[in-house]
Ligand binder design. Structure first.
Ligand SMILES: [Ca+2]
Ligand SMILES: [Ca+2]
Length: 473
């Protein structure tokens, strides 16, 4: 049981199921690779007393401040999945693929459609029937991670020979996932004594790639309320020893097991991975969850003689059903907002990340940007706007977005803490926000914390991140 509920819960009398807080080394898939996953554990919250309406103070300014909620969920760092042992098999000339299907949608506990893969070695598979002694396996792991190399959190399930197709041997398998989430799947093959050859949808000749992997969405079946954890973090591009900061970012996020993360200043160097792509695969190795990822490019920047492309990006542990971005007014720095739509326990949720102008004198530009976002909010869905708004609460930019629809979650969760986020090492102002639909903030807020990991004089970023936990009914 990972969830630990504090005494300051403002949602009383709920039975909460900790759906995403089970940590073990397997992917909770039926098959030989699984073992003792353990289901979700249920705990009674109780103890909070009171009603669902909260006395949050602020706003009207009447009444005393509520106590700070802090972070009532367990934030110990989960253990990582073990790395796959090094492959000592002999290399061989041949080919393999994932034949079909490219996507699978199932519900936890349901058996998948049959999944097919084909392999070829000249003079071997072209004989009648299965090539002698060959093995084929389906590899299933968190969406956004690959099954070769270290392949943490992958399950490998033996497939059965199906039929000869021309010169190829075709294998088949079904699986029954027991845990909801987002997964990639691939096939792999080996002759007796050979190394595994991995195959994706366009075959192994160009190796395997995430975009050519199968995508499996296992829908959740839970009806009980569960925590919804969201976070925002300005990654500060690839500066200030990113390789060391990356571990701090991943560790901070792994401790809170977020459902949705909004990043700003997420940078790539040339055609290399973005920071959020690097964070995604490492985070999965702790949380056992796969993540959909969306991004929108912002600008080219030169930092320390190096050119980077900055972007806004979002990681979602729930399937993204739609995404869009909006252009915001700007002067010094191009500004946009990126949004994804997800459905969590039946609730449509729109999640934004943004970064507004940060020059002190550009107050009006910030306010115009905030108005654009306010005008984009959907009706009939929960809205959560996260990001670096470039100014502290005193400037009131957050209120322009929030109007009477959203509320600033930090100020409600921890009314006795100003919670400055920038600069990280000795923060002066709270410029990083989570604004969410009023009913969620006032009726379903569990807690708030900063993402503020540091090691020696190195901080996870030049900003501290902000994490907010809600309960989704
Ligand atoms: Ca054959
Ligand atoms: Ca390929």
């Amino acid at each position: 049981m990972k969830a630990r509920w504090g005494v300051h819960l403002i949602v009383a009398g709920l039975t909460v199921t900790a759906s995403c807080l089970v940590y073990s080394d397997d992917l909770l898939l039926d098959g030989p690779a699984t073992g003792g996953a353990g289901g979700a554990t249920t705990t009674g919250v109780g103890g909070a007393g009171g009603s669902n309406t909260t006395n949050v103070g602020g706003g009207g300014g009447s009444g005393g401040l509520s106590p700070d909620l802090g972070w009532p969920l367990d934030d110990t760092l989960p253990t990582r999945c073990n790395a796959q042992p090094a492959d000592t098999g002999a290399s061989w000339t041949g080919w393999g693929n994932l034949q079909f299907p490219a996507t699978i949608d199932v519900t936890a506990g349901q058996t998948s459609p049959t999944i097919y893969g084909r392999t070829y070695q000249a003079g071997v598979t072209d004989g009648a029937g299965q090539a002698s002694g060959w093995e084929a396996e389906l590899a299933v792991g968190p969406l956004g991670t690959l099954p070769d190399g270290e392949a943490r959190c992958y399950s490998f399930l033996p497939a059965a020979f199906n039929v000869d197709v021309g010169n190829d041997d075709e294998y088949e398998i079904t699986l029954t996932p027991t845990q909801p989430g987002l997964f990639n799947y691939f096939f792999r093959y080996r002759p007796p004594g050979g190394a595994w050859r991995y195959g994706d949808l366009n075959g192994s000749d160009d190796d395997i790639a995430l975009v050519e992997g199968g995508r499996m969405v296992v829908a959740e079946t839970k009806t009980a309320p569960a925590p919804l954890v969201v976070a925002t973090l300005n990654l500060g591009c690839r500066t200030a020893d990113w390789s060391q900061r990356r571990a701090l970012v991943v560790e901070s996020l792994a401790r809170i097991d977020p459902d949705l993360i909004g990043f700003q200043e997420d940078c790539a160097e040339g055609t290399g991975p973005t920071q959020s792509e690097e964070v995604r695969s490492a985070l999965s190795s702790y949380t056992r969850r796969g993540y959909d990822r969306r991004e929108v490019a912002i600008e080219q920047v030169d930092l320390g003689g190096q050119t980077y492309e900055t972007r806004l990006s979002i990681l979602s542990a729930h399937p993204v059903t739609n995404d869009h971005w909006i252009q915001l007014p700007h002067e010094a720095m191009p500004a946009k907002a990126l949004a994804v739509d997800v459905v969590i326990r039946g609730q449509p949720i729109r999640f934004y990340t943004t970064q507004l102008e940060n020059a002190p004198n550009l107050v009006d530009v910030r306010r115009q940007g905030a108005q654009e976002i306010a005008g984009d909010l959907p009706s009939g869905a929960i809205s959560i706007v996260t990001g670096d708004l470039g100014a502290g609460p005193d400037e009131g930019v957050a209120n322009v977005i929030a109007t009477d629809v959203l509320r600033d979650a930090w100020s409600v969760a921890n009314p006795n803490q100003a919670g400055p986020t920038f600069p990280a090492s000795s923060p002066l102002d709270r410029v990083d926000y989570v604004l969410a639909t009023k009913a969620l903030v006032e009726g379903a807020l569990l807690g708030a914390k900063q993402l503020d990991a540091s090691s020696g004089s190195t901080w996870l970023s030049d900003h501290r991140g902000v994490a907010i936990a809600f309960t989704v009914p």
